[in-house]
Design a protein around this ligand. Structure first.
Ligand SMILES: C[S@@+](CC[C@H](N)C(=O)[O-])C[C@H]1O[C@@H](n2cnc3c(N)ncnc32)[C@H](O)[C@@H]1O
Length: 245
């Protein structure tokens, strides 16, 4: 199933200015450290599921043999431009099968688009299918249930983009008893004909760390949660590091 979010389809061209590659250098560094620590020195193979514009991968190409998978043809096109030597595949992280094994699999912020325990279990099965024994899975959700205290508003002013635009995100939890939250994005785009305002709703998953760790264990992983510095605005800073038994 292809994505319907406007940010990853007709508005994907906003991504490089809205969330530039430089913003991913720290997270890529944490991945590099975690993988070197578990896998040892050497040039390891790394598959990213939900690789988006390839901004995280762009910091890792010198050290790893990379492969990218995403659900959005538009995001894959951006990533191919940024990472021309990396093989890219269209696929869903819950079901894609490349018939190849890697030393490591990673899912960055795209992991937030898994909405149910079944989605998480399916994605962990995909990771398992693509890892050699002893391989490492990295997962970096934006929010954990115990650390989410919405509602919150974030904004990004991209005055130097062409055309200039501003993004406002309102993130809230409409139903605290389920496993999802909602982000409403408002894109204010200064087109030559005037200001265009686009609304884009994203439903994302919200699970306690105990759920992540239980499902990883059930999928055959020994996992730990590493706490790192998060992003300004209070998201990020959680990295599950899981070794395949
Ligand atoms: C926030 S972006 C990822 C950005 C990425 N970290 C980067 O470096 O540019 C989220 C991505 O997840 C992808 N995505 C959402 N659900 C997916 C799924 N089930 N399988 C694969 N990709 C998915 C979207 O198409 C989108 O490109």
């Amino acid at each position: 199933m292809l994505p319907t979010h406007r940010l990853y389809t007709d508005l994907a061209w906003l991504w490089p200015a809205f969330s530039p590659p430089a913003d991913y250098a720290d997270d890529a560094g944490h991945w590099r450290d975690a993988l070197r620590q578990r896998l040892g020195p050497g040039r390891h193979s790394l598959l990213e599921l939900g690789s988006g514009g390839g901004h995280t991968l762009s910091h890792l190409a010198d050290d790893f043999d990379l492969t990218a998978v995403d659900l959005s043809p538009q995001m894959l096109a951006l990533s191919r431009e940024l990472n021309p030597t990396v093989p890219h595949h269209l696929g869903d992280m819950r079901s894609v099968r490349l018939q190849k094994q890697f030393d490591a699999v990673a899912i960055h912020d795209a992991v937030c688009y898994l909405l149910s325990e079944e989605d998480l279990a399916d994605a962990f099965a995909t990771a398992r299918e693509h890892l050699r024994p002893g391989g490492v899975l990295l997962l970096a959700p934006d929010y954990l249930k115990e650390a989410f205290s919405g509602p919150r508003v974030l904004h990004w002013i991209c005055a130097n983009a062409s055309p200039p635009f501003t993004v406002i995100e309102y993130c809230h939890d409409p139903d605290a008893s389920d496993t999802t939250i909602e982000s409403l994005f408002f894109f204010l785009i200064h087109e030559p004909t005037g200001l265009r305002v686009v609304e884009d709703r994203h439903t994302t998953g919200l699970f306690p760390s105990t759920t992540w760790l239980r499902l990883l264990d059930e999928a055959g992983f020994d996992a730990e949660l590493v706490t790192l510095p998060g992003y300004e605005g209070g998201y990020g800073g959680h990295l599950f590091v899981a070794a395949l038994r």
